[in-house]
Write a protein that binds this ligand. Structure first.
Ligand code: MLT
Length: 420
């Protein structure tokens, strides 16, 4: 009989979004006529930029001719896309990232999980590999993939895993978690933050890079929402900080800026300066390992999709994306204003597509989820699904049509939301 990866059995109830889906299905079966407005999962709703669609149509047509047909592409992505990314996302911001340090993929969610392939051998009997730090609240994928990889022990009564270091973000620290007290091997950072919408200042990122350099910590920097940064002082990339090339991997995505959530395209930066250690302390560059991992387990993102992503960097593509970002941020502003008027405490939604709301006094995150679902037929995301520090909070996504946002806010305005 096949021996299973028993670490999966440590995972709790289910990944957050499937649990939300389960509750929605239950509600919809009981209330088949209710017109639900989904503001839970951060999935884009507006059409992709025309420049991207046209580029993909052209690329698709090429596949129909012997002369232009493409079979397998380079596993790490086509050079023309990698070069555009290095130029527009990095060189233009003063970051020295070479095209061959850019790895194109089909999603940041996969990459943030897959990166563990090069960090841990199969887990040891104590159930601990690297010492991993996560911010709390946290995008659940960072935690669950570490559980699957055997980097944690079992969860405690709060659902927190033995062996993980939780860095608490709260309204007291502006939802920017402090640095770890001592050394950790790996730390996940997400800015603009999912779920709280907070951003890290240059000073905060400098402290992280200095700490990482002092303690040989690998920073896994998730910048999937960088396109939503409106504050000109907030860095878009960890590589805007001197020394970051030696300590950080950065994850970026075309999902949220250019509407690729269904089409799938993202990229990960692994600088050549970045080192990890073997058990005997030999330093090995992570770029080599990630290239080996990708060329063995991945056959590259589709040619058609990469052509679509390339169009993001054309003048039309950039303009169209700026329009999409403005549109979603205006949704976020409307949500913020309406909830503030209801007397609720509201965070995020200025440099991020997520609005983070303190639930009314005395209500837990799932209570508020159920109340919004039952009274207003609105689906949000309970903050507690992102970790212990998310309890008592609630996330609304600004990815929606304007009609839906306005209708949702009308419904909310009719609810009695006690002031917290
Ligand atoms: C979210 O709702 O947190 C996002 O959709 C997660 C993701 O992009 O995978």
């Amino acid at each position: 009989m096949a021996n299973i990866n028993h670490h999966y059995l440590k995972l709790q109830a289910g990944y957050l979004f499937p649990e939300i889906s389960r509750r929605i299905t239950q509600f919809s079966e009981a209330n088949p006529d209710a017109a639900l407005i989904r503001m839970g999962i951060g999935d884009v709703t507006e059409p992709m930029p025309a420049a991207c669609v046209e580029a993909m149509q052209k690329a698709l047509a090429e596949q129909g001719h012997r002369e232009t047909f493409k079979g397998y592409g380079p596993e790490q992505g086509y050079p023309w896309l990698r070069e555009k990314i290095a130029e527009h996302d990095y060189a233009a911001r003063g970051c020295a990232i070479e095209a061959d340090e850019v790895f194109i993929s089909d999603g940041s969610k996969c990459d943030t999980g897959n990166i563990l392939d090069i960090l841990t051998a199969s887990s040891d009997s104590s159930g601990r590999g690297n010492v991993i730090a996560v911010q709390d609240p946290v995008y659940p994928v960072y935690v669950d993939t570490n559980v699957m990889a055997g980097n944690t022990g079992h969860p405690d009564e709060n659902g927190e895993y033995e062996g993980l270091v939780y860095l608490r973000a709260s309204r007291e620290n502006g939802f920017v978690a402090p640095l770890p007290d001592g050394p950790v091997d790996v730390a996940y950072l997400c800015f603009p933050n999912n779920p709280t919408g907070s951003v890290a200042t240059r000073e905060t990122l400098k402290q992280w890079v200095e700490h990482a350099r002092r303690h040989n910590t690998l920073l896994l920097f998730d910048a999937a929402y960088e396109a939503f940064i409106t504050d000109p002082h907030v860095p878009h990339s960890i590589y805007e900080i001197e020394g970051a090339r030696e300590v950080a991997i950065e994850f970026r995505s075309f999902s949220k800026n250019a509407g690729f959530t269904g089409t799938r395209c993202a990229f990960t930066i692994v600088p050549r300066d970045l080192m990890g250690a073997t058990p005997d302390g030999t330093r090995i560059d992570l770029h080599r390992l990630w290239l080996r991992r990708q060329s063995t387990k991945f056959n590259g993102a589709s040619y058609i999709v990469q052509r679509g992503a390339e169009a993001v960097y054309t003048d039309e593509g950039r303009q169209q994306i700026a329009g999409l970002i403005r549109f979603y941020l205006e949704n976020a502003r409307l949500i913020r204003e309406a909830l503030k008027e209801q007397g609720l405490e509201v965070y995020g939604g200025v440099n991020a597509p997520y609005v983070w709301i303190r639930a009314p006094e005395g209500e837990g995150s799932w209570d508020f989820f159920d109340r919004l679902l039952n009274e207003a037929h609105i689906v949000g995301t309970p903050g507690s699904g992102f970790g212990r520090s998310g309890e008592g909070y609630f996330r609304l996504s600004a990815f929606n049509s304007r009609d839906n946002v306005e209708e949702a806010l009308r419904r909310i305005s009719r609810m009695k939301l006690a002031v917290s």
